[in-house]
Design a protein around this ligand. Structure first.
Ligand SMILES: *Cc1c(COP(=O)(O)O)cnc(C)c1O
Length: 385
């Protein structure tokens, strides 16, 4: 696929391979890996990252939406896929037709899903979501558990093939809540099985839990952020069992360089004033690319040196201060390395008072993704309309 703009993200598939393989080496051989590729692979592109993770030892894929799961099937991926979020009960028919496993825990939902399945004669598989303390989705009280279990036990079309929960605090030093949630998960899972019968798959771990407590992996672990080489949280980075390799980097090229005289102001609102004679360069990336205005004041790399973003970031462009000798066409790295300098996802996230997860997710589809393997471009994903 061709593109004509000089702003792009690079996704290093070897990094995804290495992170997945390192996790594989850490886990017991009967614990499987689910590569979580929701939100277009956290902005890395779901299809190539899923294929790479599968090649590196993952067996499952996880998405948030049925739409995302169908897109993987349409790309020819045959691995088991679990939709971790809720779908409309009527859509179980579509899920089943695409061999996609869904999530369930409400009796009313199962009731409606059964009706839809009966009308089409199509049975469907689901994992039961247990709320062990996140309080987002799932069975919480024993009454809810018993009501769902009895409905599930009499279902004719829906088959409970897994049970899972999600940790609220697996990425902090304090681990007592993980233990509490794990204990509750096991208790609920046993209670469900006592009514429904044996359910083959149990899972609870995200990246943080999978790497920190690999012995508690149950049947599979859900590997998201760290598959992309990013730490689940800076407070546990030092304790991780292997070094993560970030896959995502973001680049552009300078379109224009000018000299600012003392007193010259830069961009909308004139929030930056040159104090001395200095060089300023325009970079063709802006908030419509997901490079939001809060990055103002942060550094990017040019010629191996840190250069500050000056003035307001516009929709399609921004301005940086550069040393003498920098000309149009020069490479700008917004996230990633140049020489010995490095702007990490965490540094970019800190400017926005957010977490690393959010940064690649919000870099918009207007930024082409160049997939790379062994330093070679393999594919370009770019879909601006
Ligand atoms: C997104 C998600 C994950 C992956 O979490 P990471 O912290 O990115 O590893 C796991 N489980 C569920 C239910 C999720 O929604």
């Amino acid at each position: 696929m061709t593109f004509y703009r000089d702003t792009w993200a690079e996704v290093d598939l070897d990094a995804i391979h290495s992170n997945t393989k390192n996790l594989r080496g850490l886990l017991d051989e009967n614990v499987q890996i689910m590569a979580v590729v929701k939100a277009d692979g956290y902005g890395h592109k779901a299809v190539p990252t899923a294929e790479e993770a599968l090649a590196a030892g993952a067996q499952w894929l996880g998405t948030a939406l049925l739409d995302e799961a169908i897109a993987l099937r349409e790309a020819g991926i045959t691995a088991p896929i679990l939709v971790l979020g809720m779908i409309r009960p009527e859509d179980v028919v579509t899920a089943a037709a695409n061999d996609i496993i869904v999530t369930a825990f409400q009796p009313w939902w199962l009731e409606r899903a059964e009706k839809a399945a009966a009308a089409s004669g199509q049975s469907f598989d689901y994992h039961i979501k247990i709320d062990s303390g996140m309080h987002r989705l799932g069975l919480k009280t024993n009454e809810e558990i018993d009501a769902f279990a009895s409905r599930a036990a009499s279902a004719e079309f829906g088959r409970a093939v897994g049970m899972f929960t999600h940790f609220a605090q697996a990425d902090e030093q304090e681990t007592s809540y993980v233990e509490e949630q794990t204990a509750r998960f096991q208790e609920v899972a046993d209670r469900l099985e006592s009514v429904i019968g044996s359910i083959p798959v149990r899972h609870c771990a995200n990246s943080a839990a999978a790497m920190r407590f690999p012995e508690a992996g149950f049947s599979l672990v859900r590997f998201g952020i760290s598959m992309y080489g990013l730490t689940p949280s800076p407070s546990i980075t030092a304790d991780l069992p292997f070094a993560l390799k970030p896959a995502f980097s973001l680049h552009s090229r300078i379109t224009h360089v000018k000299t600012l005289e003392p007193g010259d102001t830069v961009s909308y609102g004139r929030t930056y004033t040159a104090e001395s004679r200095e060089r300023a360069a325009t970079v063709p990336i802006g908030y419509a690319d997901g490079w939001i205005r809060m990055h103002q004041g942060g550094d990017v790399l040019v010629n191996g040196q840190r250069c500050p973003i000056i003035g307001r970031i516009c929709m399609d462009q921004m301005i940086i201060r550069v040393p003498e000798g920098i000309e149009s066409g020069e490479l700008v790295t917004l996230i990633g390395a140049q020489g010995s300098e490095y702007v990490s996802m965490e540094e970019a996230a800190a400017r926005l008072d957010t977490i690393n997860y959010e940064i690649p997710c919000v870099i918009s589809a207007r930024v082409p993704r160049l997939l790379q393997k062994q330093g070679r471009k393999t594919e370009v994903y770019y879909n601006i309309l």
